[in-house]
Ligand binder design. Sequence first.
Ligand code: AMP
Ligand code: MN
Ligand code: MN
Ligand code: MN
Length: 294
Amino acid sequence: MRIDLHTHSRASDGTQSPGDVVRAAAAAGLDVVGLTDHDTTAGWHEAAQAALVEGVSLVRGIEVSTRHRGRGVHLLAYLPDPTYEPLRAQLGRILEGRATRIPEMLDRLAKNADIHLTVDDVRRASPDTSVIGRPHVADAIVAAGHAADRSEVFARLVGQGGPAYVDRYAAPLLDMVRIVGEAGGVAVVAHAWGRHGPAGLSERDLADLAERGLAGLEVDHQDHDAPARDRLRGLARDLDLVVTGSSDYHGLGKVDHDLGCNTTTPDDYARLLELAAASAERSGRATVPTVVGA
Ligand code: AMP
Ligand code: MN
Ligand code: MN
Ligand code: MN
């Protein structure tokens, strides 16, 4: 059984529709695919319909933008009830923060890089989503002929500290771990040591999160080298956390993140579903079936 629990569609910054992501997952030989668009559940319905047709199991998730001690942390929320009001409220705040920073980024692009784009140009690069981010600004910059691809734009212009970088709202990490549990879901830290290494989330931070109900750690991810994977795997074992491995697929939006390039073991997947079922039961929320499809 091949399981990939972290992918993106055009509902956020992937380049394929949610249905196409599921069809691509089936074509890639995956049995289980998690759709985890940034800060939205907008792709779930379409993905579920495609999963039924393809006979693939779909795990509905959200990669939530959070912050801890001033640093960004991506938290994968699997199978939460999306109607839980505190969850909706946080996602709403995040989307608002995403929208309001775009004009500010465009001002900086004009002032600091002499690149002149309008909000409409960015909208044209992101017609299917309200989860507007730097990848869509990058697409607009590429479309206008100022760079070759998203990676170049991140490296030169919109990466953290770059000339057009603007920060945005993210949910407090500890609050979000609690909210995901209250919504009957389970939380897994995405690429925990991808960007800042242990300087972002220390071993102690991860132990603290485990005590607060974190379900798992994404260990096998392209942003982790072999030593980071080894240490995180050992830590997950010590803390009794589920280990996941995923592609973080973005279609053509991110190179070297092909579907199934990392996978989650059937045992870890089974444990994640057990924890989700227990969370749903504890929350008392009428949660939707955990997976659809085969
Ligand atoms: P934002 O949502 O605006 O904070 O932008 C962050 C998103 O940009 C992440 O979700 C990544 O998927 C994407 N990203 C970061 N670095 C790169 C890169 N070098 N190439 C393509 N996408 C990137
Ligand atoms: Mn992304
Ligand atoms: Mn991420
Ligand atoms: Mn991701």
